[in-house]
Design a protein around this ligand. Structure first.
Ligand SMILES: Nc1nc2c(c(=O)[nH]1)N[C@H]1C(S)=C(S)[C@@H](COP(=O)(O)OP(=O)(O)OC[C@H]3O[C@@H](n4cnc5c(N)ncnc54)[C@H](O)[C@@H]3O)O[C@H]1N2
Ligand code: MOO
Length: 332
């Protein structure tokens, strides 16, 4: 039960929740912590943040304090690669424990937020995160909430885990170290008319995820030569093959045809993302092979930057994954 007490009469009483001070441009944070025993000298500070009354709290059966509710929700949704902060002003934050790919199930999050008085606020799924990056904040809206609402969140999280082989709705997947083979097409590069810019760009992106380019091979715009280089990398057993350039509509653009001719299963030629619309996603058995359009060399973020981390995290890219890139995928 909540009881309201005038601050002047509150000396010796225990605060029922964290109290926040906001000084615009200077400070926003906790001035007093839940559990603090009010002292006479605190009264001016309490009045200065607009608190003429405080709550004392005796929780009735079937109710939870906001801190405990936030913690219970965070524990229910957190999986591997994730760590929790202590409650602060009624909020618990889930943070990345490792460098990896944040995976947060959108429909689960929507279902939880459809429960009234619950807030589960997340970053976008499939974001590359560094350790300590915030992934999710959990909070309930009132100071005290019916336990049944939190139990519903716990039920949804348990059902999610059952349906996903034990995986939690919020996880950070570690990156595997892939050995990557690069085939760079383009007669202008092969014949030395211009200097290669694709190699350094692709190498930087691969290495940022903890993988390595084992070799870069150069070919003119000839289908047979491109196919031969793809086959050679397959024979070497690399984990991923990237074929650069020659992906659009000119007669010299041989790459999509060569990837097909090499016997790959094509997931998609084209993605609904700009830049990066001319990317090809294909597989030879379990080995992914991608045709990378010129924009990957030039633009800081394309469909390649969206798909590469998922491949490094061990995902197999489906046609559906490509389809879903379109919404929010107009970047340039
Ligand atoms: N009429 C259309 N024009 C374009 C389309 C289209 O659908 N219709 N698509 C556009 C998109 S999207 C892209 S991306 C670009 C480039 O696609 P390509 O992958 O075919 O790129 P290339 O033609 O091979 O090269 C373009 C440009 O980049 C230079 N290049 C290529 N490789 C290298 C390298 N390794 N190092 C340095 N420079 C390289 C090449 O010399 C060209 O100047 O097409 C749009 N246009
Ligand atoms: O594959 Mo292209 O830019 O969409 O840049």
């Amino acid at each position: 039960m909540l009881r309201e007490v005038a601050v002047e009469d509150a000396v010796g009483l225990v605060l029922a929740h964290d109290l926040t001070q906001i000084l615009p441009g200077e400070f926003k944070g906790r001035l007093f912590k839940k559990g603090h025993v009010v002292r006479a000298e605190d009264i001016p500070a309490l009045l200065s943040i607009g608190k003429e009354h405080i709550y004392t709290l005796e929780l009735g059966a079937g109710y939870m304090h906001e801190d405990d509710a936030a913690k219970a929700m965070a524990t229910a949704v957190a999986g591997s690669g994730v760590e929790l902060t202590e409650p602060h002003e009624g909020k618990v934050t889930l943070k990345a424990a490792i460098h990896g790919l944040a995976q947060i199930d959108r429909s689960f999050v929507d279902e939880v937020n459809a429960i009234e008085q619950i807030a589960l606020s997340t970053i976008r799924s499939n974001t590359v995160v560094q350790p300590r990056k915030s992934l999710v904040g959990t909070r309930v809206i009132p100071l005290v909430i019916a336990q049944s609402r939190i139990a519903e969140v716990q039920r949804l999280a348990a059902a999610y885990r059952d349906g996903h082989g034990g995986a939690a709705p919020v996880e950070v997947k570690p990156f595997r170290k892939l050995r990557v083979g690069v085939v760079t097409t383009g007669s202008e590069v092969f014949k030395g008319r211009i200097q290669d810019k694709f190699g350094p760009a692709v190498r930087a992106k691969v290495e940022a995820l903890g993988s390595e380019v084992v070799e870069q091979r150069f070919t003119p715009d000839e289908s047979e030569t491109i196919v031969a280089e793809i086959r050679a990398f397959l024979q070497r057993g690399v984990d991923l093959i990237l074929v650069t350039g020659g992906m659009s509509v000119d007669p010299d653009d041989r790459t999509p045809g060569a990837i097909r001719m090499s016997g790959a299963d094509i997931v998609s030629y084209g993605t609904p993302m700009l830049p990066g619309s001319m990317l090809m996603m294909a597989y030879h058995g379990d080995t992914p092979i991608m045709g990378l359009p010129g924009c990957v060399m030039h633009d800081p973020y394309t469909s390649f930057d969206e798909l590469l981390p998922r491949i490094c995290a061990g995902e197999r890219i489906s046609r559906r994954d490509i389809v879903e890139l379109g919404y929010g995928g107009l970047l340039g």
